[in-house]
Ligand binder design. Structure first.
Ligand code: 2AM
Length: 175
């Protein structure tokens, strides 16, 4: 049976993606890590892994039934996880709506056999990969805000040495 590598995510608006890429270029040396392409900047809500069509359809049906209000996301924190080699942007205070949405999607994924990480959910936008050396993070004071008015199911495709994400479906956040 064919499978796809899938994850639920908050997409970032294109202008915000561009602002983040500019800030990254201004604040990180080229050797700090591999930059994630602007169009690939996103915030993962629940990672599903390789999923067959039947599981995908069940999870999409459940996602369509979610009724949650939109929320504001403040990207005002950054960090470095040397082991996976990730430099990320996140929120000093994650909005309740974000945590609720991720928790629901992760629970539904787990019930459908998509193993969820034992690590607590730490919402983040990955900016750099392969960042395994010591890094000096930019000083605090940066802050971007976005309204999360919808969430998406995305697929991850790897071809010709590049990862591309494609949006499979989207649902509005409205109560
Ligand atoms: P990352 O950016 O922290 O690496 C597509 O690969 C998305 O799913 C990325 O945002 C990635 O998070 C996330 N992801 C990949 N593998 C994962 C895993 N095993 N557990 C949780 N998230 C994962």
């Amino acid at each position: 049976m064919t499978t796809q590598r899938l994850f639920f995510a908050l997409e970032l608006p294109a202008p915000l993606q561009q602002q983040l890429v500019q800030w990254r270029a201004d604040n990180f040396a080229a050797e700090a890590g591999t930059p994630v392409a602007a169009a690939n900047l996103h915030l993962t809500l629940a990672f599903l892994g390789e999923v067959n069509r039947e599981t995908q359809e069940s999870l999409q049906q459940l996602a369509a039934r979610i009724t949650q209000p939109a929320f504001t996301l403040d990207l005002d924190d950054a960090g470095h996880w040397p082991r996976p080699g990730v430099v990320w942007l996140g929120c000093r205070r994650a909005p309740r709506g974000l945590l609720q949405l991720a928790s629901l999607l992760r629970a539904q994924a787990a019930r459908h056999g998509c193993a969820q990480s034992a690590q607590p959910f730490h919402p983040h936008v990955t900016l750099l990969r392969h960042a395994t050396q010591r890094i000096v993070l930019p000083p605090r004071g940066f802050h971007w805000q976005m309204e999360a008015t919808r969430f998406a199911l995305c697929s991850s495709l790897f071809s010709r040495g590049r990862t591309r994400y494609k949006t499979v479906a989207r649902w509005p956040l409205t109560s």
